[in-house]
Design a protein around this ligand. Structure first.
Ligand SMILES: Cc1cc2nc3c(=O)[nH]c(=O)nc-3n(C[C@H](O)[C@H](O)[C@H](O)COP(=O)(O)OP(=O)(O)OC[C@H]3O[C@@H](n4cnc5c(N)ncnc54)[C@H](O)[C@@H]3O)c2cc1C
Length: 397
């Protein structure tokens, strides 16, 4: 029986451990928190948007399409839905976004906990991995308490996104195994803006169309609810822009916001004509939240005649992203060129596997990051459990 060690009891590690155990491996999972699935239990505002009915390669950012096609070809969104249903989680769909029927992310963590216990997986919490290395054909994993050994090692340690502390020593051990780590950076987070006037609208949530420009060229366009905060702008439509800022630090970035994208120009003109004798806040009443009108007025230098134009094209200069600890997901991670997409096995080191966000793949909001965790966890777990069989035709080792 193959022995498999999994580092990390998050979404991908839980899937990897369960899959490996179901294939007959003897599995031990090491988690530094005092419970498994802490981040998973908070996903989707506590509701866990675990996949999406619409899945295609454009939902992900990654080095090579072929890598993701090979992985999703074996375990895709339908496989996830089937897996959840088979394990007792009924699915609730909203516009293609899939959640547990109870709308409770905790239910997903609990499902994994029960299944792992059923499959006799040894769950070791409060074990922070400090180092790992290979000697005499086995892996040794050192935590702050003790050493664990196994034939196969799956690294599912996630990233520093949205956690208070991250053990960088795992990354050092990965690099010692011959892997390159593409630098991490915020991929789904809020944005800082230069215009201080927007603070007047802090707390406003409003549906908008937002276009991001980098050095004058439109990079991406999103629609959705904009959230204005005292620090900048946020909301899912803003999150989707953030990785472009991270990856283009030298480019001048600004966004153009249309606060009334679904109001035709003639309708607006007609409406404003009927109100032309009113002062600007009264004119905007019913069209924009009052705090937003106040912010736009400040932004215009107190020129009421500029407000209709600003409603359509409000330029905000972007000065940066939220921090890594504020991000839902990071870009960067283990270089996919050094992994086999069919199995998630390392091409650099024998009996080593990676899954989840620690791999250099990140997706848009909408269930795509968890889908990657399920897909990669499934492949790493299944193939690590098979062990040496998969090396038979591979001369590299
Ligand atoms: C607030 C929030 C909401 C989100 N909502 C969604 C959503 O609705 N849908 C979606 O698709 N994605 C969502 N995401 C993203 C998604 O949660 C992640 O992409 C996913 O959890 C990554 O899974 P993972 O297993 O790679 O990493 P993680 O879930 O981060 O798990 C890694 C685990 O490894 C453990 N670990 C790390 N280092 C060590 C160590 N040295 N020793 C032992 N254990 C260690 C960590 O404690 C952690 O439990 C959200 C993220 C956040 C922060």
């Amino acid at each position: 029986m193959n022995e498999v060690l999994v580092i990390g009891g998050g979404a991908s590690g839980l899937m990897a451990a369960l899959t490996a155990a179901k294939q007959g491996a003897k599995v031990t999972l090491l988690e530094k928190n005092d419970r498994i699935g802490r981040k998973l239990s908070g996903t989707g505002n506590g509701r866990c948007n675990f996949t999406n009915r619409q899945l295609d390669l454009s939902c992900y950012y990654h080095a090579k399409d072929a890598f993701l096609s090979a992985a999703f070809g074996q375990f895709d969104n339908q496989s996830t839905i089937d897996f959840f249903q088979k394990n007792g989680i009924m699915v609730r769909e909203k516009n293609g976004y899939c959640y547990p029927y109870s709308m409770r992310a905790e239910a997903v963590t609990e499902m994994f906990r029960l299944q792992l216990l059923k499959e006799n997986v040894r769950l070791c919490t409060c074990e922070t991995v400090q180092d790992f290395f290979r000697s005499k054909g086995k892996w040794t994993v050192q935590t702050q308490n003790k050493a664990f050994t196994a034939d196969h090692l799956i690294v599912a340690a996630g990233t520093a996104a949205s956690v208070s502390s991250y053990t960088e020593r795992v990354l050092t051990a990965i690099q010692r195994c011959g892997h390159h780590i593409i630098p991490f950076g915020p991929a789904l987070t809020w944005l800082r803006v230069r215009q201080k006037a927007m603070k007047l609208a802090a707390g406003v949530r409003f549906p908008v169309k937002i276009d991001l420009y980098l050095d004058g060229k439109k990079a991406i366009s999103e629609t959705g609810e904009l959230q204005i905060t005292s620090k900048g702008i946020s909301g899912i439509c803003v999150f989707q822009l953030s990785r472009y800022i991270t990856l283009n630090p030298d480019k001048q970035a600004w966004c153009l916001i249309d606060f009334i994208p679904d109001v035709p120009e003639e309708t607006l003109e007609k409406l404003l004509k009927t109100k032309k004798d009113m002062e600007i806040r009264a004119q905007m009443n019913g069209l924009l939240p009052d705090k937003l009108t106040a912010a736009l007025l400040e932004l215009s230098g107190h020129k009421p005649e500029a407000i209709p134009g600003l409603m359509r094209r409000c330029r905000l200069d972007i000065t940066g992203t939220g921090d890594i600890s504020d991000s839902q997901v990071l870009c960067g991670g283990v270089d996919t060129r050094e992994l086999d997409p069919e199995t998630l096995r390392s091409k650099r080191c024998k009996d080593l596997w990676f899954c989840g966000e620690i791999v250099d793949i990140d997706g848009k909001c909408g269930g795509y990051n968890l889908q990657w965790a399920w897909t990669s966890g499934y492949l790493a777990g299944k193939n690590a459990a098979k062990g040496n069989e998969i090396y038979d035709s591979d001369q590299r080792y």
